[in-house]
Design a protein around this ligand. Structure first.
Ligand code: FE2
Length: 478
């Protein structure tokens, strides 16, 4: 063996070792994410798992099957020698929207899929998991590892959708069952039955307290970079990283609360067309919106439906289940605006990714200062620039709610970044073709797995959508 041959041999060995280690790490992550999906359906009956309460939502059973279909269709079918397709009919049945694969059922029909039975979907999952295990044990090519990582992140996206879809399904039926009891979770301050007057009183007190806590983080403006670097996993819509010019602006220190949103409602916010975009006002009139989705007014007070069922509104918790139209109208009423996604990302980049995620098992958005006494962080009302914020990590990161709790509507249309390119083949349909008529949301929510979120992450929904865990962070021009 010549010296060159020896070098090639060492390089080959190192490369296969690295690939084996990468495969082992990915296998561990794959198993963890797959088991989380099964954990999420534990509170559901098979009948619950069939519910589809509107075309935008999908049954839990479909989510379990479709995430499995993704691994089989995009990875195992072409990349694992000797792999047996579990059932050829599933290729069409559990395709969501990938047109180049030859077709898929109408989205609104997913609630009709009583066949295959739930047990077959679980066997399908185990069959595909075994296949992924065999594939990862073979030190697959880097491209295959990247597809497995994509499949893992795809399943994490569907975990959040599974929760938002079952929430809508449970809210849509007369008994309005709770997905989960609050035991073991963070206890809502007003979970216990209250006299009506005590809640009104506490909301009034809360408004006063919160007025004192309306703090802003200022940015002096300048050129910043946003978007994912070429290292590590990110969706294609987060790339390429590029420069953006920001003008001086400020972002609210925390999310808008229920009490603050109630001020908007009580000031006839839903009855004043001058506060709304034209499409938003048409939607308010057509749908009869008077409050966020899942809010109901009793004789004296507001109550809201969540994964813990119907509960009195917590005035200190962030307002949830608002559309872009509502977020925009609220901001206009406050003489403010929504952040641009570039402003949001620039503020988020130096922060630790900490917050109220799926792993906290709270299953509801928390007040900004739920885990720490208000004012415990040294932040004055005077403007601070982004650099000064870098030191405030850990607990401070949670208090700002930049990550977790609720997805934050931005004023940015969901568009391609400069020089954006979709991936080749059917998987290229993942994100790029939706870059029309949607707005970007940032930061993740109470239902987002912590390992799934990043500062550069771009979620997107149409402006009328409000069944996701969506909230409001205000911005202004400084
Ligand atoms: Fe999907």
């Amino acid at each position: 063996m010549g010296i060159l041959d020896a070098e090639v041999s060492v390089a080959t060995h190192l490369s296969s070792t690295v690939k084996a280690e990468a495969g082992a790490a990915l296998w561990e992550r794959f198993q963890q994410v797959r088991s989380t999906s099964l954990h999420l359906i534990e509170p559901l009956s098979e009948e619950d798992a069939m519910l589809q309460s509107m075309p935008d939502a999908s049954p839990a059973k479909w989510h379990l099957a479709h995430t499995t279909w993704f691994f089989e269709t995009f990875i195992l079918a072409d990349r694992l020698d000797g792999y047996r397709i579990f059932d050829p009919a599933y290729r069409l049945l559990f395709n969501s929207y990938y047109k180049s694969l030859g077709g898929h059922p109408l989205r609104q029909q997913r609630g009709l899929f009583s066949r295959p039975p739930f047990s077959s979907v679980l066997r399908y999952r185990r069959h595909v998991e075994e296949g992924i295990g065999r594939l990862l044990a073979q030190s697959p090519a880097a491209e295959t590892l990247e597809l497995v990582e994509l499949g893992i992140n795809h399943e994490q996206q569907h975990q959040e959708l599974l929760l938002t879809d079952i929430l809508h399904a449970f809210w849509s039926q007369p008994l309005r069952p709770a997905y989960a009891a609050p035991e073991g979770c963070w206890q809502p301050k007003h979970a216990a039955p209250h006299r009506a007057s005590s809640i009104t009183e506490s909301i009034t007190q809360s408004i006063t307290q919160q007025a004192n806590q309306r703090r802003w983080v200022a940015h002096p403006g300048g050129t910043v970079e946003i978007g994912a670097t070429s290292h590590g996993f990110a969706f294609d819509n987060e790339r390429p990283r590029h420069a953006v010019l920001l003008l001086p602006h400020r972002l609210a220190w925390r999310l808008t609360t229920n009490a603050e949103y109630l001020e908007f409602i009580n000031d006839q916010g839903y009855q004043r067309p001058e506060l709304w975009l034209s499409d938003g006002w048409d939607t308010v009139c057509r749908e009869g919106w008077q409050a966020p989705l899942y809010w109901e007014k009793t004789e004296e007070n507001w109550i809201e439906f969540g994964l813990h069922g119907m509960n009195p509104l917590n005035p200190e918790a962030p307002v949830c289940h608002v559309s872009y139209f509502e977020a925009d109208a609220f901001a206009r009423w406050r003489h403010a605006r929504l952040p641009l996604e570039s402003e949001w990302e620039s503020a988020a980049q130096p922060r630790a990714i900490a917050g109220n995620f799926l792993e906290s098992r709270a299953l509801e958005a928390r007040p900004a200062f739920a885990s720490a006494a208000a004012g415990s962080v040294d932040v004055s009302n005077s403007p601070k620039n982004a650099a000064e914020e870098i030191a405030m990590e850990g607990r401070a990161a949670e208090e700002t709610q930049m990550f977790g709790d609720l997805w934050e509507w931005t004023a940015s249309a969901y568009l391609a970044y400069p020089h954006f390119r979709t991936a080749a083949g059917a998987v290229g349909e993942y994100n790029g073709k939706f870059m029309c008529n949607q707005f970007v949301l940032r930061g993740g929510s109470l239902a987002t797995p912590a390992s799934h979120i990043r500062a550069s992450y771009r979620n997107f929904f149409p402006p009328h959508a409000r069944w996701q865990f969506t909230g409001i962070r205000l911005a202004d021009d400084g």
